[in-house]
Design a protein around this ligand. Structure first.
Ligand code: PEP
Ligand code: MN
Length: 328
């Protein structure tokens, strides 16, 4: 059960909860006070009481109709302007991340992505640079003045390093790691939350509620496709699901065309389809030398391919009455 409390009702509601056998938590979210109540139904003649539906409450437009905007340094996600995050699958070396950041900036990208803790299916694949990668991200951020998004796999590395980056990515394999999501809810750091590759839309939104119900409203959802039986593409990119999520939630929505495509030939098509379905942000993998990348080599775009993608995203955005966010 979840109670939404306007200031004047707060005392009455608190007393009622305390008299019952329910346990509760008070949360301040988007300048509203919310009591999350477990274990007992509180009888209240109060229009502000909502019962979660399919486990969902705080992520839904029914609770918050106005679109949420998430600020990542000088970039705002969730407005008319489409935000572009681009960068390598993994940070590999100083030269590689600097050369790639140059390309991101040159064609109007707004945020630099780069994995340093890589959640690889095989333990024998390149696992990322780890701690050393943090130093490189800090350097590249200073030199290029560009915000950074990177994935942390656990609470230990997130608590140690989240202050060095501007947005924390939660990957598909960690999308239902509830203790980790709750920890991110205790921060006020922007979170880019991917959908679990086997999750329904409801399960994905439920994951976001672990962060929201901790009082962290800075959540951007990122659609990266789901498992499918079609071997020719890596994951199924369900444009209908993107449109459905946009209808349900006030949270901004990003799409990742790279991982579902699994092949650079399809990345631009999926990026455009995601924007056509209403995405507010794109997270795309690009590399200064994709052929020699240490992970996801087939799907990373080179400079010319990224240039072309940006030109076509710009055209589509204009046709839709939108623009690409201008960080200058
Ligand atoms: C990534 O963005 O680097 C990544 C591993 O994506 P996903 O978690 O969606 O597989
Ligand atoms: Mn990747």
């Amino acid at each position: 059960m979840i109670l939404i409390v306007e200031k004047m009702d707060e005392q009455i509601i608190k007393e009622k909860i305390e008299k019952s056998s329910a346990s509760f938590k008070k949360v301040d979210l988007y300048n509203r006070t919310v009591y999350v109540v477990w274990g007992d139904t509180i009888e209240l003649e109060n229009k502000n009481v909502i019962v979660s539906k399919n486990g969902l409450a705080l992520s839904l437009k029914e609770w918050k109709n106005e679109k949420t905007e998430v600020m990542v340094e000088n970039v705002t996600i969730g407005r008319k302007d489409i935000v572009i995050a681009a960068g390598p699958c993994a940070v590999e070396s100083e030269e590689q991340i600097f050369e790639t950041a140059k390309i991101v900036k040159k064609y109007g990208g707004n945020i630099l992505r780069g994995g340093i803790y890589k959640p690889r299916t095989s333990p024998y694949s390149f696992q990322g640079l780890g701690e050393f990668g943090i130093d490189l991200l800090v350097k590249v951020k200073e030199d290029f003045g560009i915000p950074i998004v990177t994935e942390f796999l656990d609470r230990r590395s997130a608590s140690k390093y989240h202050n060095f980056v501007d947005m924390v990515q939660v990957g598909s394999r960690n999308a239902q790691n509830f203790p980790f999501l709750s920890y991110l809810g205790s921060l006020r750091k922007p979170v880019l939350l991917k959908n679990g590759m086997g999750n329904s839309v409801t399960e994905w939104l439920s994951a976001s509620e672990y962060i929201l119900s901790g009082g962290n409203g800075n959540v951007v959802l990122c659609y990266r496709g789901v498992k499918s039986s079609i071997p020719e593409t890596r994951f199924n990119f369900d444009v209908g699901a993107i449109a459905k999520v946009k209808e349900l939630t006030h949270l901004p929505l990003c799409v990742d065309p790279s991982h579902p495509a699994g092949d650079k030939k399809f990345v631009e098509n999926l990026a455009l389809a995601g924007i056509a379905a209403g995405a507010d942000m794109l997270e795309v993998e690009i590399h200064s030398d994709p052929e020699n990348a240490l992970s996801d080599s087939e799907q990373q775009l080179n400079e010319n391919e990224f240039k072309k993608l940006m030109e076509n995203v710009k055209k589509l955005a204009e046709a839709m009455g939108r623009r690409i966010w201008n960080s200058e």
